[in-house]
Design a protein around this ligand. Structure first.
Ligand code: ACO
Length: 324
């Protein structure tokens, strides 16, 4: 059975760090409020001349190095992002050019907000299984701080910039849960709730980019239920239990959401990968950033069973089970 195996991970964070203390000098908030409600201590902010494609390209180079591949080996570039450089062309095409991935490769962006990386895994795995791709560069990259209304303290304290990337390669497996690679994914949406988390602009509505708007309490309520359902679904489909999970690598939205979800599923706190304190919520970049951090810190090793989940605007949500 054909499997999509992650053979390299990489990430990049902009140099500039914005701490809660510094944020509190120009927003009516406090380090204590942000830390206790969300777990965030700081976030990274892209430099003025740094675009999403720049962050994506740096993360991708590191993932390619880790996979011992060169850009010429890549046949598909998929960028999950809500903050593309331009309305078009796709940021993936910019990254293709900056990296030197040969002409003729497939390159496109995927817009599923914070669930972009899970959706991307579903798409990349489907392309590989269908024989349409063999070496996929899947990147989650965001300059989300550019969508923030710095007058809205309920949202501007939550988000940060960054990028994470993985190389997925086709490999043959036995078709069992012992195989390396993506074992099962679910990607879901419910557009009825789109107003609870959205931007108030876009090319076809206002002709502007818009700012991020969110009804935090409502998002929180839906998040815990949807995420837990998706996680249960992938575990049941693969026939594994919470005890089998070596590391839980969730979308880093809010420490309270992910601890509540892990508890619901019976995953102990020491098996949760947490990067939210340092990164904030980096939307589609947050899972691959956390995954690369886990790999580089030795917390996720080849052969480990990983459970990933995300939820975001749309609503979109999903989960993925994979063996590294
Ligand atoms: N600093 C200080 N006070 C604040 C801040 C702030 N940054 N933001 C809001 N407050 C105040 C409000 O004004 C309000 O004051 P009031 O009671 O005097 O009116 C009080 O704090 C409570 O406000 P709520 O918005 O009800 O705060 P809540 O306890 O719900 O926490 C939060 C807000 C942290 C956003 C929470 O709702 C949450 O985490 N929701 C999930 C949203 C999320 O993670 N979204 C990310 C994108 S989606 C995803 O990735 C899952």
């Amino acid at each position: 059975m054909r499997r999509s195996v992650i053979t390299g991970t990489g990430s990049y964070l902009p140099e500039r760090v914005l701490t809660n203390q510094e944020l509190a000098t120009f927003v009516d908030t406090s380090d204590e409020w942000i830390r206790t409600r969300t777990g965030i201590r700081q976030r990274h902010v892209a430099a003025e001349n740094e675009m999403t494609s720049d962050l994506a390209t740096r993360a991708a180079r590191r993932a390619l190095d880790a996979a011992r591949l060169s850009p010429v080996d890549i046949d598909t570039v998929l960028v999950a992002t809500t903050t593309p450089d331009y309305t078009f062309p796709a940021t993936a095409c910019v990254v293709q050019d900056k990296l030197g991935v040969p002409a003729g490769a497939m390159a496109f962006d995927l817009q599923a907000v914070c669930s972009g990386f899970i959706y991307g895994l579903t798409v990349a795995d489907s392309l590989i299984r269908a024989g349409q791709a063999r070496h996929v560069l899947l990147i989650g990259a965001e300059t989300l701080t550019r969508l923030l209304d710095w007058e809205d303290r309920a949202t501007c304290v939550l988000f940060g910039d960054g990028a994470g990337a993985v190389v997925l390669q086709a490999a043959e497996g036995a078709g069992t849960v012992a195989d390396r690679g993506v074992l099962h994914t679910v990607s879901r949406a419910d557009g009825r709730h789109r107003d609870l988390l959205h931007t108030d602009g876009g090319p076809s509505s206002t002709g502007t980019v818009g700012k991020l708007r969110m009804q935090g309490r409502e998002v929180f309520r839906h998040a815990v239920t949807n995420i837990a359902d998706a996680m249960r679904e992938v575990m049941e489909a693969a026939g594994v239990s919470a005890d089998d999970i070596d590391l839980f690598v969730p979308h880093q939205a809010n420490v309270r959401i992910l601890e509540a979800t892990a508890k619901k599923l019976g995953i102990p706190a020491e098996r949760i990968m947490l990067t939210i304190a340092e990164h904030g919520n980096t939307s589609a970049a947050s899972i691959p950033l956390a995954l690369d951090t886990a790999v580089r810190e030795g917390r996720a090793k080849p052969g480990d069973l990983l459970l990933l989940e995300a939820m975001g605007g749309g609503f979109t949500w999903g989960a993925a089970l994979l063996r590294l």
